[in-house]
Structures are given as C-alpha cells and as structure tokens.
Design a protein around this ligand. Structure first.
Ligand SMILES: Nc1ncnc2c1ncn2[C@@H]1O[C@H](COP(=O)(O)OP(=O)(O)OP(=O)(O)O)[C@@H](O)[C@H]1O
Ligand SMILES: [Mg+2]
Length: 258
C-alpha cells in the first residue's frame, strides 16, 4: 500500500467567532502504488486541506499520513504539488522555473540539464525553454508546473484543481496529456476537482466527499478502460451514480430505465 491516510481530522478557528470549524472529520483512505485517485466534492468540503496535509504543508489535529510505511511529517521530495494558480516565478524562464527545485537540492549541473530537457520534452514544451511565464498560455503554464514536479522524481503527484482556470478545450487536451504521462510513468496521483466528468475521465477511483464537516461519503471504482469515451453509456451511468451521491437524480435516466 503506497499512501495511507489514517484518521485525519482538522479544524480551523473561523475569523467571525472563536468557534472551531471541522474541515475534515476522521478521514481515512488507502491509495495504492501507481493509482490515480480523485478527491471530488463541493467547495469547502476539505479537498485542499486534505491535499495540503498529504503534502506536509499542513499538520492534522489527529491522525497521520504514511508513504510506504514511513510517516510523513514535513514537505519533501517524495510528493510534488501542482496548484490551480500555476505558482510559477514570473521572472524566471521555463527552464529556470523547472530546475529551481533541483538547484535547491544541489543537483549536479550536467544531470540537472539532462533532467530538465527530459521533463520539457515530456510535457511538450521543447522550443519554449527560454520563454517567460507571461509569454505562455494557461495550458502551457500548467505544463511547466507539472514538469517542475516530474524533474524531482516525486513518487506522488498531488494536483489541486490544476485545470480549473482553463477553457474546456485546453482542459480536455491537458486531461489526455496527463493520462498519457501517468500511463508512461505511473506516479501515484491524488487529483482534486469539483468536476464530476473530469474525475470520471481520469481516475481509477473517485473519493466522493461531502461538507460540514468534510468527510468521505463513498468511493466509486471506475473500471472503464482508457482512453475513455465521454459520451458512452457507461460514462453516463457512472456520472449518474456519482451525482446520486449528492442527491441529484437525473429524471431522464429514470425514464430510460423504465
Ligand atoms: N487556513 C484556514 N483558516 C480557516 N479556515 C480554513 C483554512 N483553510 C481552510 N479552511 C476552511 O476549511 C474548509 C475546507 O476548506 P478547503 O479549502 O479544504 O475546501 P475545498 O474543498 O478545497 O474547497 P474549494 O473547492 O472551494 O477549493 C472551508 O470551510 C474553509 O473555509
Ligand atoms: Mg480547494
């Protein structure tokens, strides 16, 4: 078992009152090596909080996270995070943005150059090495952010609504690119989204979360082979099943089944 999330609770004090707000209520989850898991749920159900706890950026009140049996207590190279806001350094070129993490761990110059070229090629940005973030589209910026994690050889890729700010077409292309990359390299992936279709298109399993307090409602196995067909009956059935977990019932699907 790669990533073990056990009995995680996390509360915050709200600004308005001194009351504690329970963002995560006793969340446990086992994620297998090389698995692609999505955390799906409405705004405020604790998806980002859980991801930050896995990354080590935030400490839980109770419980903990283990990677291959080792307790994770601080951020580290084993987990790389990609945010919605790209988080690139605007004054650095693509190449520099990707190598900055490697420089921090004092990687040999030649090895670093090779690694960076490998990652740039992998995310399809060859030719843009010397470009600055403002010269790139949103999709390209997100590729830089993904490359920055890949060069670190992180075992676990954590993504917090990475495609949330992109238009539908760019988003679909990047979903395909991400799946292709994952199929090649098989990093264990925890992907946060509130888009049901995105979760179904990408994931081996979808962790369906609900809010107040944030907890896991159920876990849905997506057994469809890849590449997945968004318009297929199987896809619609899974979508209806997920939506039912939130109390949405598609009347047409009921009519069809009668
Ligand atoms: N640093 C913080 N201080 C106070 N409250 C916080 C803090 N971080 C998160 N919360 C609260 O915890 C709850 C869960 O927040 P979180 O950001 O994890 O939700 P989310 O599922 O990622 O939502 P979204 O889809 O909008 O990004 C929210 O009610 C939020 O207000
Ligand atoms: Mg969030």
């Amino acid at each position: 078992m790669a990533l073990s999330i056990k009995d995680i609770s996390k509360s915050f004090t709200s600004n308005q009152s001194s009351e504690r707000f329970l963002s995560l209520d006793n969340v446990s989850l086992e994620i297998k090596d090389q698995e692609f898991v999505s955390l799906l749920g409405p705004s405020g159900c604790g998806k980002s909080t859980l991801l930050k706890i896995i990354s080590g950026l935030l400490k839980p009140d109770t419980g903990g996270v283990w990677l291959d049996g080792e307790k994770l207590v601080r951020p580290g190279r084993s987990r790389g995070m990609v945010f919605q806001e790209y988080a690139l350094f605007p004054w650095m070129t693509v190449e520099k943005n990707i190598s900055v993490g490697l420089e921090l761990v004092h990687t040999d110059k030649k090895e670093m150059g090779e690694k960076v070229r490998w990652a740039i090629d992998l995310v399809g940005l060859t030719g843009f090495e010397k470009s600055y973030p403002h010269q790139l589209s949103g999709g390209m910026k997100q590729r830089v952010a993904i490359a920055r994690v890949l060069v670190m050889d992180s075992k676990v890729l954590l993504m917090d609504e990475p495609f949330g700010a992109l238009d539908a077409f760019t988003r679909m292309n990047l979903q395909d690119d991400l799946i292709e990359l994952w199929q090649k390299h098989r990093f264990t992936t925890v992907f946060v989204t509130h888009d049901v279709e995105e979760a179904i298109y990408l994931s081996d399993r979808i962790v369906v979360m609900t809010s107040s307090p944030g907890k896991i409602k159920t876990i849905v196995d997506v057994k469809m082979s890849r590449p997945r067909i968004r318009t297929s009956d199987e896809f619609s059935m899974i979508r209806n099943h997920v939506l039912e977990q939130y109390g949405y019932v598609d009347q047409r699907s009921i009519e069809y089944s009668i």
